[in-house]
Every structure is written in C-alpha cells, then in structure tokens.
Design a protein around this ligand. Structure first.
Ligand code: SF4
Length: 327
C-alpha cells in the first residue's frame, strides 16, 4: 500500500471557533482526511507572538478548539491532533531554520505589515517578525507535502519552500517542498459586514445557542440604502446576501433579489429565510460538543495521544536534521 501524502494545518488559539472557520477551514479539513495523512495543530506559540500580554486565553482556548474539531467531524483515528508547545522540537527546528532566512526577507512578508494595519497595533517584537520561520518549522517538521491555506497565506508557503530548498542544498535532502492546497471557501461575513473574525467581535460562534444565533443574524447590518422598510435595496451591496449564497436555493435567491429591489420584502423576512438553516447546521455540532464537554477525559486522551504521535514524528525529523547539519 502506498503511503498517503502528508499535510499540516493549524489554528491560533485566541478564542472560540466561528462560522467563518467552519466554512474557511474545518469543512475542508474533514474532507482532506480521506486523501491525506493530516496533522492538525493548535498553534499556541503563534498565538503568543501577538497575545503575549494576554496569555490567559491561550490554554483553555486550545482545548476548546480541539473539542470543536471533534464535533465537526475531524477524526482523531485518522488525523493527528496536537498542541504545538507539547512538541518542543518545533522550537529547535525554528531556531535552526532561522539561520537560513534574512531579516529583510521577513520584513517584506505581507502579513507583517497587514496585521499591523488591520489591528492598529505596532508590533515590533522579534517573535512576531520571526513567526513565518516558526510556521516553516511547523510544516517542515512533518515533512508535509501540502498545506491547506487561503490565498493570503501563500507567501508563507513560498517562504517555507525557499527554506526547504536552502536547507536541502546546503546540507542534505531532508524536506519535501510543500505546496499550497488552495481552498475555495465562500465568504462568510460577520454581523458588521466585515470578514467574520473573533477580534472584530462580529462572529457567530459554533457554540452559540440557537436564540443567540437568531439574534445576531436579525441585528446584522444590511444594505445601508434600506434605512426604512419601503426603501429598495440591492443584495449585491448587502452582506446578508453572502448567507443566501451559502444556505438558500435558487428560488429563494430570486425571491430575495426581486423582493429587495422592489422593497416587497423586509430585511427580517429576508434573514428569516435562512436563519433556521444556520441553526440546523450548528445544532448537531453543538450536541456533539456537549457530549465531549461532558466527557473531558476522552478529549484529554485524544490530545495526549495526538501529541505523542506528533512527537515521535518530530524526533525522527530532528534526528535527520541534526545528522544533515552535522550538529
Ligand atoms: S432584503 Fe435582504 S438582501 Fe435586501 S437589504 Fe435586506 S437583508 Fe439585505
């Protein structure tokens, strides 16, 4: 039997998962398990690079996220679920790979500036500048062939490929050059119309009770032209339309397009057409989550097992790395 190709992906534990994560990553991760040997990890050291003043959230959030993974169908038998800081070899590999990257290369990474612009935070800590190297270490540690990412993360995979090439050329062939596996994900806007994100406080969380989901959607921003019920609107200018693209059939979408443009329907009618579908999708996830919350020992065992499997792989890689570097 041929060995499956390996992929790796992670999430920073800075809060609970939301609908944007479900469509942007998790649904895809579940599918990828059929095709690849998957390593999914909690990137807690990455969270530290920006949350070093607010570390209290990181540990509970990591366990919480793994519970969400299990509830959405990530299978711990097939995939390795682990916590980055439980595999200390990531720090060693990151340090070694750091010798192969220039500071100016890191300063040119688009995410370095983008994050500061998006959040208004001036981060000049060394950990934040160097996090793409740590990310490369995460990927190369499992000699991953692919990394499922959104378009914005492609430059990071390119840097990882450069580092792998540099290492293999200087010392010995150890690392495959990982390819980005681009995921086609629908846009999931937050309640304020911006991209759904826990840092914008506009998210519908996977753990939100049904009345909360309903309230969040009912109060969600719409086309600003529809100030009053009788004002016509345009679904293309309304973030609610993105939800119809995900949840509604063609007839409903036609009903919205005509009803919105003619002011024949109100925004609450429009939202009411898909609210039950969002609730129906999240309800079984929440039920399964409740099961795991009631059985914390099971989750702990899954995490310990995953960390152990990741560690064994990492020990093997580091042996190859040290031999290649003659250290
Ligand atoms: S009717 Fe629907 S698409 Fe039109 S503005 Fe209201 S919520 Fe948006």
């Amino acid at each position: 039997m041929t060995e499956k190709l390996r992929i790796l992906s992670g999430i920073r534990p800075t809060g609970p998962l939301h609908l944007g994560n479900l469509y942007g990553a998790l649904k895809n991760w579940v599918k990828l398990q059929d095709q690849y040997q998957c390593f999914y990890f909690i990137a807690d050291w990455h969270a530290l690079t920006t949350e070093f003043e607010n570390t209290g959230i990181i540990k509970p959030s990591g366990k919480d996220i793994i519970t969400d993974w299990l509830a959405t169908g990530i299978d711990p038998e097939r995939s390795v679920l682990f916590i980055q800081s439980e595999v200390k070899e990531h720090a060693e590999l990151s340090l070694l790979l750091g010798m192969l990257v220039t500071v100016s290369r890191l300063e040119r990474m688009p995410s370095y500036k983008d994050f500061q612009i998006a959040t208004g935070r001036e981060l000049s800590n060394f950990g934040f500048l160097g996090y793409p190297v740590l990310q490369s270490a995460d990927i190369l540690m499992y000699r991953a062939h692919g990394v499922p990412v959104g378009e914005d993360q492609v430059p990071h995979i390119e840097l990882t490929r450069e580092i792998a090439r540099r290492f293999n050329g200087l010392y010995r062939e150890v690392f495959p050059e990982p390819k980005p596996i681009l995921t086609e994900a629908p846009r999931v806007p937050g309640t304020d119309g911006r991209k759904m994100s826990k840092s914008y406080q506009n998210a519908i969380f996977l753990s939100d009770p049904s009345p909360v989901i309903e309230h969040k959607i009912k109060t969600m921003i719409t086309d600003p032209a529809r100030k009053r019920r009788k004002d016509p609107g345009d679904p293309q200018k309304c973030p609610v339309w993105d939800f119809h693209k995900i949840y509604s059939d063609e007839d409903t979408r036609n009903w919205v397009t005509q009803g919105c443009a003619s002011a024949g329907i109100g925004c609450l009618d429009c939202k009411g057409a898909f609210i039950p579908k969002v609730i129906a999708e999240l309800e079984p996830i929440r039920d399964l989550r409740r099961y795991f919350d009631e059985h914390p020992g099971e989750v702990l065992e899954i995490i310990q097992d995953g960390c152990g499997r990741a560690r064994s792989f990492a020990v093997e890689t580091m042996k190859m790395v040290r031999e290649a570097m003659k250290i």
